[in-house]
Design a binder for this molecule. Sequence first.
Ligand code: FES
Ligand SMILES: [Fe+2]
Length: 352
Amino acid sequence: MDTKINAPTTLPFAWYSDPAFLGREQERIFRRRWQYVGHTGQVSQPGCLAVARAGDLPVLLARDAAGVLHAHLNVCRHRGTQLVAEDTRRSTIQCPYHAWTYDLDGRLRSAPRSEGEADFDLEALGLISLPVACWGPFIFVNPDPDAAPLQETLGELPALVASAGVDVDALVFRERAVSSHAANWKICCENFLECYHCPVAHPGLTKLIDVSPEAYRLQEDRWYSSQFGPVKEDWTGDLDPTGSVGHGQFHFLYPNLTINIVPGSPNVSIGSVLPDGPERTTRLLDYFFSPDAAESWIQDLLAWDARVGQEDTRLVEAVQCGVRAGMPDRGILFRDERLIAHFDRLLTDDLG
Ligand code: FES
Ligand SMILES: [Fe+2]
């Protein structure tokens, strides 16, 4: 039965747990859009190989001998074996199953016993390569061979990040946080997209950042949306927000990228929201800091952010428990949740 309401609404609750729906999202969203897959520090030298995911596609980043960065499907052309299981350094890519061997640029170099096969064409059986592009140290892949340039998707986002006082090229990678959530990936994205819950759920964050509707600014662009949080004049708490970055920025690039800049020393945490199943999501967050950020401040930020993350995990898992039954059929969105509506519109457009 449809709820009769005269207010902006969420997506239908059924969309958050239906396995067939996730299949459509993989096909129509994750196979078509630019996605963050890692950083240049993972593939800094010729021969460096890094494993990643774009939606459900296994991706292999490879720096070839000439220094060119490639993104290949991490799938052997023989019988489909995953080629590389973890980040490593090699002069070729050799399948662990029957030892088909590929050059770092993806060309098939040799296949044992292939001389006995009629019409075996090495050249036709290179790895499937995907469009790859960088914004500073951040690497993006798009599974669509006809993808428009990454720049068109990023738009003014790099300028916004620079305006916070962060030079992304000067940042140093610190660590990757990986977390698993018993919730649909869209619930994780939507939770990121509003701070209406912050006064209720995040005591540590709200001691530092002014999340009142008057101060906390929301902004939408074509493919991303942004939240700007000024430091409270009477801030307290465990993280010192004074430094060259004067306010917080929290960006979301459709379909699944979160980017955080916390006030204090220059910093970025960036990472994808990856569906593992209709009701299970992995979140990655790569932390970068300016080289002169104090070690004690970095540790304070990591601890502060981990607490916020744990608070969010409880929230998104509770939403999943509630929406699973699909009754009522959908929820309500307030004005301060309009970035969720922006995300929902892009998603609905992609799904047709
Ligand atoms: S599956 Fe890779 S060589 Fe056979
Ligand atoms: Fe939150």
